[in-house]
Design a binder for this molecule. Structure first.
Ligand code: C2E
Ligand code: MG
Ligand code: MG
Length: 333
């Protein structure tokens, strides 16, 4: 029955000379198997329908108790996420970026942490997707930009060596018309040189609408830098790569993990470095954990590296100590 409904709804509907498509999502619950009361059944069907939507829509899902448990866990997460900013539960850790040739720290990536009272530290992998879906990424992202810029300004004021601050941005933040103003405010409040700020975006930016690309160009006009994070895991258009104001590619850590032993990964890493060089871009390798990876990347001309081999992401005070000692991290070969 559900397949028939989906089938009937799939042809284009012409309205005002335009062809429009509906992508129905259907949730199914069974009585008396799942429940007996009308309210509960409707709620189950709703949960299943949202699950169908989350799978891309134009499909159906049956209700299961696990779906409900999952929806509840998510709701709890979402509710506490809503209060996290006012409760000062976010903090940033900073992971140094090390220049391959000199071993000097040339940058730091700001990585958000959520200290959620009883649950301890929650990984961004867990809550950033929820923040993106709920739109909470907008205020959270603004907090990250403000805090990271203020931190770099404080390090500069303390006379620490010059470095670039890298901040992760979700594509969702680019769809917000205020992004340029938000970045502008963070720069103004901290009186940073825009060139000291690097915004990390993912390849998914390249399949976005024109408005996203326009925002990228406006930010570029402010003087900030851009890097493509997790490069190699998404869909990149090479002509876009050339036309967009991107100056750094960050090789995804999945390609770094098994070099030099895995020949495919080694070939991919090498190809990314060669491509970046011929497009006049910098290359940063992520997730560098060993001397062998370090050597491989050095010999293939990678510009900078980030990873546990040098340092985990650190609280601001700890990175300041490392910077103060002007400690050259072990990029020795
Ligand atoms: P990412 O931007 O690709 O960050 C790199 C991740 O790899 C970080 O995880 C970092 O702690 C981890 N990492 C660094 N070195 C190594 C290593 O040598 N080995 C391994 N196995 N891992 C390493 P983290 O901090 O859990 O962040 C995960 C992701 O969450 C980030 O991936 C980024 O996409 C997102 N994220 C973090 N902070 C923010 C933020 O402020 N805003 C947004 N929109 N996303 C953020
Ligand atoms: Mg990143
Ligand atoms: Mg990455």
């Amino acid at each position: 029955v559900v397949q028939k409904i989906l089938g009937r709804l799939s042809p284009a509907i012409t309205i005002g000379g335009r062809e429009l498509f509906v992508t129905p999502s259907i949730g199914i619950t069974l009585c008396p198997f799942d429940d007996r009361t009308g309210d509960e059944l409707l709620r189950n069907a709703d949960t299943a329908m949202f699950h169908a939507k989350a799978q891309g829509g134009n499909t159906f899902r049956f209700y299961t108790a696990e779906l409900n448990a999952r929806a509840e866990r998510r709701l709890t997460l979402e509710t506490s996420l809503r209060h996290a900013i006012e409760r000062n539960q976010f903090l940033l850790h900073y992971q140094p970026q090390v220049e391959v040739v000199t071993g000097e720290i040339v940058g730091a990536e700001a990585l958000i942490r959520w200290q959620n009272g009883d649950k301890g530290i929650i990984s961004p992998m867990q809550f950033i997707p929820v923040a993106e879906e709920t739109g909470l990424i907008i205020p959270i992202g603004e907090w990250v930009l403000q805090t990271a810029c203020a931190q770099l300004a404080a390090w500069q004021a303390a006379g620490l060596p010059k470095l670039r601050m890298c901040v992760n941005l979700s594509v969702r933040q680019f769809r917000n018309l205020n992004l340029v103003a938000i970045v502008g405010r963070a720069l103004a409040a901290s009186a940073l040189d825009p060139a000291d700020l690097e915004l990390e975006i993912t390849e998914s930016i390249m399949v976005e609408e024109q408005i996203v690309i326009d925002t990228l160009r406006e930010l570029d006009a402010l003087g900030v830098h851009f890097s493509i994070d997790d490069f190699g895991t998404g869909y990149s258009s090479l002509s876009y790569l050339k036309r967009l104001p991107i100056d750094t590619l960050k090789i995804d850590q999945s390609f770094v993990a098994d070099i030099p032993n895995n020949a495919d990964d080694a070939a991919i890493a090498q190809a990314i470095i060669a491509m970046a060089q011929s497009l006049g871009m910098r290359v940063v390798a992520e997730g560098v954990e060993s001397l062998e990876q370090n050597r491989f990347l050095h010999s293939h001309g990678c510009d900078a590296m980030q990873g546990y081999y040098f340092s985990k992401p650190l609280p601001a005070e700890d990175l300041a100590i490392v910077l103060k000692m002007n400690k050259v991290l072990p990029a020795k070969h």
